[in-house]
Design a binder for this molecule. Structure first.
Ligand code: SF4
Length: 185
């Protein structure tokens, strides 16, 4: 039973610590295999690297997922689906940009058909660099995300909400046939 002398602020703080502890050890991942880096996901999740020992496991649908993993270059055509997927996820939710292509376009930096910086369109909590990142790097990226969650600093979804106008402006520059339901917060 909780000490009756603890004030409301401390109660909230304790609740946040407990919730963040549970969240960081239970990350359900929706891996959106946009680029070639997706090939590193099966070894990361299966017996050789066994990501599940860190509480990281796959999710069947956006509604159940905590983490959206964008695994590499992102075609302009795919961006719309990725945004729709992200907006269907329940908060708290996080985005990991996987591979150099998500950071600066990588080897496709001057392609007419891919985006260069994922964080102009979605709020990226953690980037994993490399082309392609090995499973060790992928696990390291998840451990970084877990530390941010534990510190209450994995706040990409809050930033998305606060800066939605800016994100929408960037998204609509790329997606010309914008016909999507409004984001239902
Ligand atoms: S970073 Fe490299 S491995 Fe990943 S999608 Fe881009 S080209 Fe492919």
């Amino acid at each position: 039973m909780m000490n009756p002398n603890i004030n409301e602020k401390d109660k909230r703080r304790i609740r946040d610590i407990v919730q963040d502890f549970a969240r960081k050890h239970s990350l359900w991942v929706l891996a959106y295999g946009t680029g070639c880096g997706a090939i590193e996901i099966p070894p990361t999740m299966t017996s050789r690297y066994d990501a599940e020992r860190f509480g990281i496991r796959g999710s069947a649908t956006p509604r159940q997922a905590d983490v959206l993993l964008i695994t590499g270059y992102l075609a302009t055509k795919t961006l719309k689906r990725v945004i729709r997927t992200y907006e269907q996820m329940q908060a708290p939710k996080y985005v990991i940009g996987f591979g150099s292509c998500t950071i600066n376009g990588g080897m496709y930096w001057d392609s007419y058909n891919t985006i260069n910086a994922l964080d102009r369109y979605l709020p990226v909590d953690v980037y994993i660099n490399g082309c392609m990142p090995r499973p060790e790097s992928v696990i390291q990226g998840f451990i970084k995300l877990q530390s941010l969650i534990a510190e209450g600093k994995a706040d990409g979804a809050d930033k998305y909400q606060e800066n939605l106008e800016w994100y929408r402006e960037n998204q609509k520059k790329i997606i010309h046939n914008w016909k999507m339901p409004d984001y239902n917060w």
